[in-house]
Design a protein. Structure first.
Length: 212
């Protein structure tokens, strides 16, 4: 692995764990066992490093979305595959990371907003239309309105006033919001499928926990 990629990987790991604001370039260098000069040879400053890490994160999210769509059996299955992806992304993630970017890295936050309001908006809309065609979502659902609601609820788990990190898990809150969204637009056929996927997910979790 190239030095630049190693730096991004370590920065990504530390940012997720501790938030962006509290992680210094000195700490990243120390964790990697290299000099700070080595990091500045690849990245001119922390702004550039943060931007590179977040751009990679958004690229990974796009790849996962495309994979989930390709490998899904139906619209609801696509959402559950996305839930698994979010679980991996959010596991042990510090909720402050998003607000650190918003407050301190406006150019990077603008890229996040573009990803959210363009790419993710279209993905959610297409999922809703797919679900309608498959008769899993109710036909009277207003696609644009519901897609916008879903986009805004995506960020609720990161609001530490609503969900303090010492009391709530990002993964669990996100899962609850996704299923709240699904049940809100599901047809009777879709409702039955959601409960089926819920049970399968719960059974898998228990098996993994007990090792059976």
């Amino acid at each position: 692995m190239e030095v630049k990629d190693r730096i991004k990987q370590k920065a990504d790991e530390l940012y997720r764990r501790y938030g962006i604001k509290s992680v210094t370039m000195d700490e990243i260098a120390s964790q990697l066992g290299v000099s700070k000069k080595t990091i500045y040879h690849s990245f001119s400053d922390k702004n550039e490093l943060v931007d590179a890490v977040i751009v990679d994160m958004l690229d990974y999210n796009r790849q996962c979305c495309q994979s989930d769509r390709k490998n899904s059996k139906n619209a609801i299955h696509e959402v559950y595959l996305a839930m698994e992806m979010l679980q991996v992304m959010f596991d042990n993630m510090n909720p402050s990371i998003l607000f650190d970017i918003e407050r301190n890295y406006p150019a990077t936050f603008a890229k996040f907003k573009e990803h959210k309001y363009n790419y993710l908006f279209e993905m959610v809309k297409e999922n809703i239309e797919r679900g309608k065609k498959e008769e899993l979502y109710r036909p009277e659902v207003n696609t644009d309105v519901v897609a916008k609601i879903r986009l805004e609820t995506m960020l609720l788990p990161f609001d530490e006033e609503l969900f303090p990190k010492n009391k709530f898990s990002l993964v669990i809150v996100q899962q609850q919001l996704i299923e709240y969204f699904l049940f809100g637009i599901a047809s009777l056929k879709g409702y039955k499928l959601i409960t089926k996927y819920q049970k399968e997910r719960s059974d898998t979790y228990r098996s993994n926990k007990t090792g059976l």
